[in-house]
Design a protein around this ligand. Structure first.
Ligand code: DCS
Length: 481
């Protein structure tokens, strides 16, 4: 019988190839256990509000008023909302053609794109053009759109860090391109190794692949490292020499938990380098309201900014964005508020600063509690989470555990994470979902559980890990480091 178009065997092979571990086997098993009544600690997704983080007041007040504009006509509105929130809501509504229920321009509301451009200019010290900023439904949509624009066929390669956030592998599969991995160096705090990157490119060339773009995730997911300025400078030089567009995923730019390496955007360093590099290297940078101390993942607000792209290409990207009509409008307002928050002297300023500081300072403490906790466990080593929202400990598995996993038909890290889930309710993502060197095993947790719950979570992890290591103790040895 001829299969129907939507029968499994006749689906687009690129769709079948997609793997996305953040919503993979562990997530499904955790959801099942939750339905059976087990208490699950979801440390598998960087979704701060789902783990109890409270929304910041000011942006919610503004968006609430935009969503319910009749409140603005209520004589009591001033009793419920601060005057600057009311003024901002009126301001945003005046920029729309019919409020939040109307489509906006496919690139986003011009006034919000101007707010983003001003933010970028303040951050980097170089002007930014709102015409080269497109607003998107979260950073994910922007990444997919750019990869779709770059990849022509399977001979087009994209350099992606390994371990990586699997949005990249998934989107490259969907677009029918080839992922060219470059390994981050765990012993060098997940830094870049350019010898290794050159080798990856040479290996791709020998297979007839043209490498066209390079992805960096800074601060890193799942690895949590902050790239040094020197590293980014070298990387831009490399993109210049190899004629690569740099896709700079900078969604965690506000999530920094050390002072030695503050976040510096790839764009700032590019302009600091001066011509010819600053005029030649094509760069697309991504940001979002999902991360930082906002953590507004569900609102789906993001942007990308393009540097050194010719106007004809920008027009093509605009055309394709138009096919989806408009990014989510409330998400655009959130983004505008994130990049242009109340200033010193504004009524809501102090409250917003207090709320934001409380989130970031707690995240910094949690980063320490988590990585110190992992490092105190048997056969576990973990680099400090310098930024982002994750801890990525390496687990040295006894050979006996690896054999037991193979017998159970599971990858060894999946086996370990499933056992951890069953024993403690802690839902993590196995390292294989992000890519790791052959024979080396990791897991990823977020640092997002409430600070007061952290010590108990780490105690429960340690107890499980001790028992696991005892059960599978093997005089023959362990997995590689
Ligand atoms: N880029 C990186 C590096 C991310 O980690 C994420 C989300 C995104 C982009 C997409 O963000 P938005 O589309 O929401 O703007 N990270 C996922 C993760 O690893 N856990 O939770 C979400």
């Amino acid at each position: 019988m001829t299969p129907k178009p939507l029968d499994y065997e006749s689906l687009n092979e690129n769709v079948k190839k997609v793997a996305y571990a953040v919503r993979g086997e562990l997530y499904f098993r955790a959801s099942e256990l939750q339905k059976e009544g087990k208490k699950i600690i979801f440390t598998d997704v960087g979704n701060p509000h789902a783990l109890g983080q409270k929304p910041l007041s000011f942006p919610r007040q503004v968006v609430a008023l935009c969503q319910a504009p009749f409140l603005l006509d209520d004589p009591n509105v001033g009793l419920l909302f601060p005057a600057d929130a009311i003024a901002r809501a009126r301001h945003y509504l005046s920029m729309t053609s019919g409020g939040l229920g109307a489509y906006s321009d496919s690139r986003g509301i011009p006034g919000v794109r101007k707010e983003v451009a001003d933010f970028i200019e303040r951050r980097d010290g170089y002007p930014s053009d709102p015409e080269l900023i497109f607003l998107t439904d979260g950073a994910s949509k922007g990444v997919m759109q750019m990869l779709n624009t770059i990849i022509r066929d399977e001979k087009d390669g994209i350099l992606v860090p390994v371990p990586q956030y699997p949005l990249y592998s998934a989107a490259i599969s969907l677009c029918g391109g080839s992922l060219v991995p470059y390994y981050l160096e765990e012993e060098a705090n997940w830094g870049l190794d350019f010898y290794n990157i050159h080798q990856s490119v040479a290996a791709a060339h020998s297979k007839g692949i043209t490498v066209r773009a390079m992805v960096i995730i800074n601060p890193g997911n799942p690895t949590g490292q902050c790239l040094s300025e020197a590293n980014i400078r070298e990387l831009l030089k490399f993109c210049f020499q190899e004629n690569l567009v740099l896709l700079a995923d900078e969604v965690y730019q506000q999530n920094i938990y050390q002072d030695e390496r503050p976040f510096v955007s790839a764009r700032k360093i590019l302009f600091d380098m001066g011509p010819p590099i600053s005029k030649e290297v094509q760069l697309v940078s991504f940001h979002t309201v999902s991360k930082g101390y906002w953590g507004e993942c569900g609102q789906r607000g993001g942007y990308f900014e393009m540097t050194n792209l010719p106007s004809q290409t920008v027009d093509e990207i605009y055309k394709v964005a138009s096919v989806s009509l408009s990014p989510n409008v409330p998400g655009q307002i959130f983004l505008g508020l994130m990049v242009n928050p109340p200033k010193a002297g504004d009524i809501s300023y102090l409250k917003l600063v207090q709320e934001s500081k409380a989130v970031l300072e707690s995240l910094r403490r949690r980063a320490h509690i988590m990585t110190d906790g992992f490092n105190s466990c048997r056969n576990v080593v973990c680099n400090f989470t310098e930024g982002a929202m994750y801890s990525f400990p390496q687990i040295r598995l006894p050979l006996k555990a690896i054999e037991a996993a193979r017998k159970a038909g599971k990858a060894p890290d999946v086996f370990y994470c499933l056992k951890l889930l069953e024993a403690t309710g802690i839902a993590t993502v196995p390292g294989s979902g992000f890519g790791q060197k052959e024979g080396v095993f990791h897991l990823r947790t977020t640092i997002l559980p409430a600070e007061e719950d952290m010590p108990a979570i780490m105690t429960s992890f340690r107890k499980f890990n001790d028992e696991f290591m005892e059960q599978y103790e093997d005089y023959r040895g362990y997995s590689r480091m």
